[in-house]
Design a protein around this ligand. Structure first.
Ligand SMILES: NC(=O)c1ccc[n+]([C@@H]2O[C@H](COP(=O)([O-])OP(=O)(O)OC[C@H]3O[C@@H](n4cnc5c(N)ncnc54)[C@H](O)[C@@H]3O)[C@@H](O)[C@H]2O)c1
Length: 286
């Protein structure tokens, strides 16, 4: 028996990165997956988002583990599309036990345009709300909801002295995810549906490994490379690491989806190699 044997789990942003890692780790432990991804570009994002080929690879790897997966293309910003996609996935796999709302963008690097600010909020926050809203009618009592925030949710926004509106929107959205999950846990407690957030620090995915992020960490250089940025990535951990791996976040998500955490709700679980605790050592935050 796996730790999430025969549970059906909805994952947004499952074409690659952390979403794929969650799908594979949960499938290893016996889950079937309803996977959602946009598989298209959003103009304000300065690195390529996932492709249909990426999504196919997630499907291939989950099926290789002997589990079922339904891969649906939908935009988490589109409430109606999410309602339809989740209904289609549940019709195909028969039920829904858990949700991982983690599709996201980091449209940073634009100094004079409000659109990245708004896009970050509509994807990274509204998208989480739409995902929960679409899932809720299908979830039984005792189900699990996990939303992915970020270490950025737990610290004040910083702008390197420049007003990067996409970064501001990302910070606002992630802080809002943390608050939403806190209060969602209260609202769903009568049904013993658990709502928790995971907050990764830098994670080794395409969202981190791109030119706009290298510039973010090395504002002193015109065209920094990954090698230039790597030493600066360390600022986001206390362990002297540049990043955690998607699989490290997947272990936290697996715990929160499994019945091992049946009385854990409203938690803001950091997977950050000490980034946040170092910033506020005297005052534990809950
Ligand atoms: N990588 C990091 O350093 C880091 C750090 C903290 C938090 N996070 C968060 O982790 C989550 C996963 O990101 P990742 O690191 O795997 O990056 P990623 O870019 O590899 O994955 C994000 C996925 O979301 C999908 N997506 C984007 N917009 C969408 C939309 N509107 N509708 C549906 N799907 C959409 C993308 O196509 C992609 O597959 C995000 O919420 C991100 O903000 C990432």
């Amino acid at each position: 028996m796996g730790r999430v044997q025969d549970k059906v789990v909805l994952i947004t942003g499952a074409a690659r990165g952390q979403g794929r890692a969650h799908a594979l780790r949960l499938a290893q432990e016996g889950a079937d997956i309803i996977a959602v991804d946009l598989c298209a570009q959003i103009d304000s994002v300065r690195y390529p988002l996932a492709t249909r080929e990426d999504f196919d690879e997630t499907v291939r790897q989950v099926e290789k583990l002997g589990r079922r997966i339904v891969a649906l293309t939908a935009d988490v910003r589109d409430r109606a599309a999410m309602l339809a996609a989740v209904a289609e996935g549940v019709a195909a796999l028969g039920k829904l036990d858990a949700v991982i709302a983690q599709a996201g963008i980091a449209p940073i690097g634009t100094l004079a345009d409000a659109q990245p600010f708004l896009d970050a909020i509509t994807v990274d926050f509204n998208g989480v709300v739409h995902t929960v809203e679409a899932a809720l009618p299908h979830l039984p009592d005792g189900a699990a909801i996990v939303a992915t925030g970020s270490a950025a949710a737990l610290m004040p926004p910083s702008d390197n002295g420049r007003p990067d509106f996409g970064k501001l929107g990302y910070s606002f959205a992630k802080r809002s995810v943390a608050s939403f999950v806190n209060d969602l846990a209260i609202a769903l407690a009568p049904r013993r549906i658990r709502a928790n957030a995971v907050h990764p620090t830098n994670t080794n995915t395409d969202m981190l490994n791109n030119d706009s992020m290298y510039r973010e960490f090395r504002p002193d250089l015109e065209n920094p490379t990954r090698e230039d940025a790597l030493p600066a990535f360390h600022v986001m951990t206390a362990f002297g690491l540049p990043y955690v791996e998607p699989g490290d976040v997947a272990e936290a998500v697996l715990f929160l989806v499994s019945d091992e955490s049946r009385y854990v709700t409203g938690v803001q679980l950091r997977v950050d190699a000490g980034a946040i605790v170092r910033k506020r050592p005297q005052q534990p935050q809950f």
